[in-house]
Every structure is written in structure tokens, then in C-alpha cells.
Ligand binder design. Structure first.
Ligand SMILES: [Zn+2]
Length: 458
């Protein structure tokens, strides 16, 4: 049995956490001379990660020499460490990372920074933990908080304080972390964490999110209790959210007022990301599905559960209609959009808009073809079950599930959606609660008049 123990030792100086010492202890793991040992994710979709400093590797025979190289499979920049000789376990990797300042200019990025905030630090594992490819077994995370003021806390998605897991080491990278003067609202393994006291009622927001989690768990047939939400005070003028495994981080800022009403859709969107996915290799090939389902169910699940009213759902649907059909980049194909997504954030939004309307249309078509017996829900849940059985998931799995469950072939519609060919939302979509009519709207940036759609309550 392989084991990997990671110890994190944050250190504070002058009221700020200035460095984090990271130690990996690996047993039952080896690497041959010339082969990659591990890699760091130095940049993710244009957001810099924390660079490992003073890195050393040691095994039973002493210090291990290594060679370093970088690769850039879009949209990630990796640094790889290759073994200078054969390794004999146990292996110890040591390095330090320096948490960065929060972004203060431009748009909020995805929350991939290991950033300082109010005497603490928060961020995702992938920003500061090196990846040991294929490493799995007995995984533990230990915190050494002796470098922090008394009363400091440490938490990650998988638990508060030290955690013990088994499986892929990657689950520690696909998790959010917060340490320092962390505040929280928790109930069992559901938690809401923040470093800066916000000017709104966090308890209300946490309560709403917990209810939402219960509803989504039932819908997606999930009985695992763990779910943790991390909040960041943004210095930028806009805020968003980013989901990882069983957790997400979302931001708030001083410019935009935060209420449950205004945040509920973002919180729902990020939470949906815990479930429906297709393999997104090459990058962008199935983003329409992950963002489309997150958008679709961020409205439909709260609506069905009575957490939002039909009028609120109408508002959310119209907002997405206006955004997509007036987006000047909407003729880009999915793959072309993915290539420029992090330079042109308008293109980054395309998968959201075409994903939601394509799924809503497919739902209407399946309901019609099966006289209401089946819907897109059955397709999404079927794909989720296939994933739980370990089957590889891609666009073909989606198309096959629609055919098998709904009895219809949507390949041509799907291809047009992928190619950026315009398509109209269908009547009967979004649960048939609304009507939709063609109208015109003003294209963003160009001011041109373009076709769009107007929704109304039926
Ligand atoms: Zn999303």
C-alpha cells in the first residue's frame, strides 16, 4: 500500500502569512532515472499558482538530483521535475510557497490563487501542491500551526484540521483550503468559511446554501455528506465563483451589494458543478455540457424545490438569453472559443449560453418524443451513473444517452451548437412554464441590431 503524507506549516510575520512550508512523505512509490517525479501547476487559465521555492528531494540514499522543464498544454503551465537517478523509498519532497496578494485590478479570475486575506490565506490545492501523477493509496494531510498566532484554524474541503483519506492524491489538489483566523458556520461535514467579516448576513446565505445542497444531493442521487464553501473578499470590482470537488469558492466585493437573492444563482451554479461532467480533453470539447448543466440546473432545481419563484426563474432565463444572443463572439465554434477564452472573456461565456439553451431544447424534444415520460434529467442522471461505474464520458456518451432514453437523434443540432451556428430556444423548454418569442436586441460592443428572444410566464 502506498502512502502519502503532506504536512503544511504556514508561518505568519507582521500579521500576515508570508510562507507555507510543504513536506511530502511518500512510501511505496518510486521513480526511475530520467522519468518525471512530480509537477507544479504554475499557471491555470491565466491565473498564476504559487511557485515552489527551495525545492529538495531526498530518498533512502540521500539527496536526489533532478532536472526541471516546463510544458504548456493550453490552458495550463506546468513545471516538471525529472529524477536524476533511480529513487529508493521512502521519498521526502520539501519546498515553500509564498501566498500572493489578491487581484486588485481587472476582472476576478477563476479562484485559482493561493492568496492572503485579512491575516489568513485561502485557495485551491492545485495552486500550491505538486502533482505526483498516478499517486494513490493512503493519503493524509497534517497541519503544523505552530507558526501562526494562537487560535488559528486550518480547513480544507475534506475536513477541519488533519484529514485522512484513501484514493488518489489528486483529491487534495482538487480541494479548497483556508487557514489563519478562519470564521465558519458548520453543521457536520457541511461548512461555510471566510476570512473577512462581510457586511451581509453570512448565516442566512449559509443556511440557504445548506438547503440547496440537500435538494441537489437528492436530485443527483448522492449520499456523501462532505461539502464546504469558501468565501473570499475580492478587491476587484466584480466577483464570481469556482468549483472544485465537493466545494467551491465564491467572492464578494465592496462595490456590489450581496443578498441571498442576488447570490443564490451563482451559489447554485457552482454547486451543480459537483456532479455532471464529461471528459474535457482536449480543453473545451465538453465545456458546453459542464457549464450548460450548471446553468440549467442552477435555475431548474431551485425552481422545482420552491427556493425561487417562477418570476425569478424567468429573470434568470432572460438574463442568459440577452447575454448569449447579443454576445458578438457567438459565431465562434466551441473549440475556437476555448482557444481564446482567457484572452477574450466574452468568448469564455459562450459555453454557458449555448450549453443551457441546447440542453433546454433537448429537454423539450425528449419530452415531446416520449409524451412526457422522459426528460433531460434522465439523460444527465444516466450519464452520472455511467461515470460512477468508471466508464469514460464524452460527447458520444451524451448523444447515445439521448437516443436511448429519448428515442431521438440530436447529433445535427448538437453539431450546429458546437460550430456556433445560431439556434433559437424552443417553446416548451424550461419545464414548459414560459413562452418564448423572437425579438431583436442590441449586440454588445457593436451596437448592431440582432435577433434575440423574449420570455414570458405562460
Ligand atoms: Zn461554471
Amino acid at each position: 500500500m502506498s502512502t502519502c503524507q503532506i504536512t503544511l506549516r504556514p508561518e505568519a510575520e507582521g500579521g500576515e502569512i508570508t510562507r507555507v512550508d510543504v513536506t511530502y512523505r511518500l512510501t511505496g512509490w518510486a521513480a526511475e532515472k530520467g522519468r518525471e517525479m512530480f509537477r507544479a501547476q504554475l499557471n491555470t487559465v491565466s491565473v498564476p499558482g504559487a511557485e515552489p521555492m527551495g525545492l529538495t528531494v531526498e530518498d533512502g540514499d540521500g539527496p536526489v538530483p533532478f532536472a526541471v522543464r516546463e510544458t504548456n498544454p493550453y490552458p495550463i503551465l506546468y513545471r516538471h521535475w525529472d529524477a536524476g537517478r533511480d529513487l529508493r523509498g521512502p521519498v521526502v519532497i520539501r519546498y515553500a510557497v509564498l501566498p500572493c496578494e489578491r487581484l486588485s485590478q481587472g476582472r476576478h479570475g477563476p479562484y485559482f490563487q493561493l492568496a492572503r486575506e485579512n491575516g489568513g490565506v485561502s485557495g485551491p490545492g492545485l495552486a500550491f501542491l505538486v502533482e505526483v501523477p498516478e499517486m494513490q493509496g493512503d493519503i493524509s494531510l497534517r497541519w503544523d500551526l505552530t507558526g501562526l498566532p494562537r487560535g488559528s484554524r486550518a480547513v480544507c474541503t475534506w475536513g477541519e484540521g488533519d484529514v485522512h483519506l484513501s484514493g488518489l492524491l489528486e483529491i487534495l489538489r482538487q480541494a479548497y483550503y483556508a487557514f489563519g483566523p478562519v470564521n465558519s458556520v458548520t453543521e457536520g461535514d457541511f461548512g461555510f468559511y471566510w476570512l473577512t467579516e462581510p457586511p451581509f448576513d453570512v448565516k442566512e446565505l449559509a443556511g440557504f446554501t445548506k438547503n440547496l445542497f440537500g435538494v441537489m444531493q437528492r436530485f443527483f442521487h448522492d449520499d456523501r455528506a462532505v461539502y464546504r464553501v469558501f468565501m473570499r473578499h475580492d478587491l476587484t470590482e466584480s466577483s464570481g465563483g469556482t468549483a472544485l470537488a465537493r466545494s467551491y469558492m465564491f467572492g464578494w466585493n465592496d462595490r456590489q451589494k450581496v443578498t441571498v437573492q442576488e447570490k443564490q444563482n451563482l451559489l447554485a451554479h457552482e454547486m451543480v458543478h459537483n456532479w455532471p461532467h464529461l471528459n474535457d480533453e482536449p480543453y473545451g470539447i465538453t465545456t458546453w455540457y459542464s457549464e450548460g448543466t450548471a446553468e440549467y440546473y442552477s435555475i431548474m432545481i431551485p425552481l422545482r424545490a420552491g427556493l425561487i419563484t417562477p418570476a425569478q426563474a424567468l429573470f434568470e432565463i432572460q438574463k442568459r438569453t440577452d447575454a448569449y444572443y447579443t454576445n458578438p463572439t457567438r459565431r465562434l465554434s466551441n473549440m475556437d472559443a476555448a482557444r481564446v477564452a482567457w484572452q477574450d472573456r466574452r468568448a469564455q461565456r459562450l459555453s454557458y449560453g449555448r450549453g443551457i439553451f441546447f440542453l433546454a431544447n433537448t429537454d423539450a424534444l425528449i419530452r415531446k418524443a416520449t409524451a412526457g415520460k422522459y426528460s433531460i434529467d434522465d439523460v444527465v442522471l444516466d450519464i452520472l451513473d455511467q461515470g460512477r461505474r468508471g466508464e469514460p464520458l464524452g460527447n458520444e456518451v451524451f448523444l447515445a444517452a439521448v437516443k436511448r432514453i429519448g428515442g431521438i437523434d440530436v447529433r445535427d443540432d448538437w453539431q450546429r451548437m458546437c460550430d456556433g451556428v445560431p439556434f433559437a430556444p424552443l417553446d416548451g423548454s424550461f419545464g414548459g412554464l414560459f413562452t418564448v418569442t423572437e425579438t431583436t436586441a442590441v449586440e454588445a460592443d457593436t451596437g448592431r441590431t440582432v435577433p434575440s428572444y423574449a420570455w414570458a410566464l405562460r
